[in-house]
Design a binder for this molecule. Sequence first.
Ligand code: PMP
Length: 413
Amino acid sequence: QRANTINMNAGPSPLPDAALLTAAASLLSYPDTPGMGIAEISHRSSAFDQVVANANKDLRQLLDIPDNYHVLWMQGGGLTQFAATVLNLAAWYRTKHQLTADDDVEGWYAVTGSWSKKAAEEGTRMGVTARTVFDGKKHGKDNKFTSIAPVDAWDVPQLEENSRKPAFIYYCDNETVDGVEFGAPDSDSAFPFDKFDPAIPVVADMSSNFLSRPVDVSKYGIIYAGAQKNLGPAGVTLVIVRDDLLVDLDEAVKYGAGRVPSMLSYKNMADTNSMFNTPPTFTIYVCSLVLRSLLESPPLPLSSPDARPLSPLSDFADQKSALVYSELDASEGFYIGTADKEARSRMNVTFRLPTGGEPLEKAFVKEASERGIKGVNGHRSVGGIRTSIYNAVTLDDVKKLVAFMREFRDKNA
Ligand code: PMP
């Protein structure tokens, strides 16, 4: 039994108790390998093979992943994927079009916040021309990442019949620092797939809203997510990649199409069932338990027999974040949400306390912490307040946060 702490950290963040209790017991002795803990067995053992097989199966069910997609467990966190996506896709594109590494290749970036901005910068470092097709800062309040304009206001180049297409289009589904999120699939604020040539693979960073709503995987080339929010402990990054985008490293080198470090090659990972080297076995095991818990005990029941398995989590996230947003909107300017209403994140609710500025924000964080509400300070790059409401944060936790916010306002308004 843990202390009654409300953990609103942005990541690593809380995980379901049931998964952690099983993981703790399995550290000492794993049921399939009595006397040996899960962190003490070979990654080449049949017991660990089974862990990965179960995790993949559950993830495929939860996200309805089509057969022509691979599920990969990689290392190096989200930041490593900023480079890996580019290196793999540039080599894929150049191989496909018989180009060499000297030929310019574009990657198009929708820059809606701090993480996609960093990804675009890494893209440039990795040798593609990273073209910003949307710059959220230009459209946002006070030159900040506060909104996602409709695609008609984006700077998407018109491609001539014979002109070279970009190797990929990249975006971040939920900007953890800025509290800006694309809408659910098929909503007006969803990523505008239909405005782009479907032959161009779309890459999405879903690190901070992974497993929070259904996703139409078939629309993507690559989806990736660092584990440490909704999936499990830090140390592993889940990558879902379409089969035709895999590129043979030796071929790519032979034709001068580019170089991809072996550990970053999606083909290597797919060919070895994510066991190209020693993977973070314990982390993957905990992820497998979290996935199981989402299937076995979702926070809300499925609303209809044909609803998708993540629909309850989506409703749950809507319900929880709406409580905090209503509190902001009812506060008569005491709390000001930083994101525009249409782009508000269901995972990371960011706001400021304009009447008292930074000193009042500091007091808010301190008093929240004294109440057992932890981790509500904004990211160090932007300041302010950020309450992160991932899957393992309960409705009761959010109600307590809201009660605290109301009290704090009554006292300081
Ligand atoms: N993308 C997003 C959306 C993130 O939230 C983060 C980290 N919080 C990253 C990328 C970077 O991930 P990592 O720290 O695992 O490299």
